[in-house]
Design a protein around this ligand. Sequence first.
Ligand code: IPD
Ligand code: CA
Ligand code: CA
Length: 274
Amino acid sequence: MSEPAAKIELDERYTLACTLAREAGQRAMAMWRNRDALKVEHKGLQDVVSAADREVETIVRAAVKAAFPADAFLGEETAGEAGEGIAQERVVWVVDPIDGTSCFLNGMHAWCVSIGVLIDGEPAIGAVYDPNSDELFHAARGRGAWVNSSPMRTSDASSVRDGVLGVGFSHRVKTDAFVPFLERLLTQGGMFVRNGSGALMIAYVAAGRLIGYYEPHINSWDCLAGLVLVREAGGTVNDFLARRGLLNGNPVIVAGQGLYPKLVGLIDGTCCTQ
Ligand code: IPD
Ligand code: CA
Ligand code: CA
């Protein structure tokens, strides 16, 4: 008989994720205040990166490697270095050093640091820090979800008329895969907001501020932390990691339990066929 797999320590990693999200966020904030000095490069259509993104990722990566040398690391700015085998690692830190880079570089406030940890294939820890409001959204499997020291619960909305939905869109996706959804949402009396940071909007779903969030394609570093936040806050999340979602991304759908099935119907169009 083979040996049972060694237990992975969750709480030490949870503490580190929270500490790092705050520290990295403060470092990013210092650079945001001096953002005109940052060199900016274009990665694609409406997709920019700056020295701040790279520096913050380097800081987080070094701290993770110092504390847990055997853990794997998948960060947006170094994702190209992650091999195919990363999805099989027992612990993977999934990090967006600055989510909402366009807002960050243009002097807006909707950006954050997002740190998620996958343990044995399951999203297990999430820490999303917004330095502009000094809010740390954090959760770990079985530990509940919190904004700073206050517990979070998802909204009890059961209709899109009951609140505001977060949406995201990037030019990785064709517009006709998204615009019909928006039309259905508005026709059904719903309303949407896109603030430029998917990670922050998913944290707002966990906090019950938004009734749900949908984006037709998002990367794992944008949402892995958020998936833990929403689930621990009592909400429902889609099977984001299916079909190589960790490496290639997927649609993301998260909402309070009452709204989730209706949101899925709005996305696939089955809500409005009769
Ligand atoms: C983007 C933001 C945006 C979402 C995109 C992401 P970045 O990340 O989260 O809200 O719609 O899918 O790529 O480029 O700001 O880190
Ligand atoms: Ca991002
Ligand atoms: Ca980013």
